[in-house]
Design a binder for this molecule. Structure first.
Ligand SMILES: [Fe+2]
Ligand SMILES: [Fe+2]
Length: 370
């Protein structure tokens, strides 16, 4: 593994290293009963389907700016102004800058989330009591190292831009790592963070349909992530519905509600406005209110909500919080056991297709007129 970092990732305010004093019970399983066949099947699958970052074609010339310029030449700015109703009219130059930065911001947060997954899964290896879950978690640790590798390589070798971790994602990852209860690590990482990541990866793949390297990269990562989410669902099933006291369950509900707020905050693109020198208050307010952005943030929960339901965590308190955030619309969507793969929500696919089709046909019209 060797690549040149043209663009080292910026550091958060806390600096290069963030040590955390996590105290967890590390558990040996001396009986090796290996009774949970579904986890063993997942482990076999994980080993068979592992891939190498070197399998990707890193010689592909990635030029996102050229890609966005083509879209802008085909009429992207008027479409965005009409669709998003921004507080300031966006010209071609602003659309290019905004798109480049949003893309780099999203991919950077993917990278940081992957590092969180690497550490959280290592913690699961130690804390989960069953040997077969340790096997699978060890397999996932290797997956996550590879995910950090490919996103980091893409950001520093191929893109000219990257972002430090947002404070809200940083806090959520810290919460997950610091919590001594092994099921909270699963709940926070496998159900919440990876559930959201699956939806976000799908959308990014769709938005960058004309960039072959990121297509291959995200497709490979998503195949792994769908196993990781399934690992969480299989490991936690029965625990919340059959084995926990009401006090313990209440603590899990609190965690889910808090994590949901942090994840929604992580989806705000305020750091992009800051980097561009735009009025962060005005633009953040706009992104909170504008229907497209609100819809986009809600759609990130398409997998989380049905998975929480399967685990028995869509309790009246969580339902109440989710109703306020308009997230209950996904409660009847397929969970990760019924459908491990995640397709981006149909409404979003249609919207993006419309945008791409419109810009493409405008371009053809223009070419024809010349
Ligand atoms: Fe990952
Ligand atoms: Fe993962």
């Amino acid at each position: 593994m060797q690549y040149t970092q043209h663009n080292p990732v910026p550091l958060p305010a806390g600096g290069a290293y963030e040590p955390l004093k996590a105290t967890i019970d590390t558990v040996f399983d001396w009986q090796y009963a290996l009774k949970k066949q579904n986890l063993l099947n997942l482990y076999e699958k994980g080993k068979t389907l592992a891939w190498n970052a070197n399998d990707l074609d890193w010689s592909i010339d990635v030029n996102i700016e050229r890609m966005i310029r083509e879209r802008v030449a085909n009429g992207m700015a008027p479409m965005m102004n009409a669709m998003l109703n921004p507080p300031v009219h966006l010209g071609d130059a602003e659309v290019i800058e905004m798109q480049l930065n949003i893309n780099a911001f999203m991919l950077s947060q993917f990278l940081h989330g992957e590092q969180g997954a690497l550490l959280a899964t290592a913690k699961i290896v130690q804390g989960v009591p069953w040997e077969e879950a340790k096997f699978y978690a060890a397999n996932q640790v290797a997956d996550e190292a590879r995910h950090v590798e490919v996103y980091h390589r893409y950001l520093t070798e191929k893109l000219g831009l990257s972002y430090e971790i947002t404070p809200s994602l940083n806090r959520l990852l810290d919460d997950i790592i610091l919590d001594p209860r092994w099921d909270i690590t699963f709940l926070g990482m496998q159900i919440m963070v990876e559930g959201l990541a699956l939806a976000a990866f799908g959308v990014t793949r769709l938005q960058m349909a004309d960039e072959p390297l990121i297509q291959d990269l995200i497709t490979r990562v998503m195949a792994d992530e769908s196993r990781h989410v399934a690992f969480g669902v299989l490991s936690l099933s029965d625990l919340y519905t059959k084995e926990m006291s009401s006090t313990e369950l209440r603590e899990r509900e609190d965690f889910v509600i808090e994590a949901t707020h942090l994840l929604r905050e992580r989806l705000l693109i305020t750091p992009v406005f800051e980097r561009l020198g735009w009025d962060t208050k005005v633009w953040t307010e706009w992104s909170l209110q504008t229907p497209f952005m609100r819809g986009f943030r809600q759609m990130m929960f398409t997998k989380i909500v049905p998975n929480l339901k399967r685990l028995g965590l869509l309790t009246p308190r969580v339902r109440d919080a989710y109703a306020k955030l308009d997230l209950l619309q996904f409660e009847h969507a397929k969970d990760s056991v019924e459908e491990p793969e995640v397709a981006p929500p149909q409404e979003l696919v249609e919207l993006l297709m419309k945008l791409m089709a419109n810009t493409a046909s405008n371009g053809q019209d223009r070419a024809a007129a010349q």
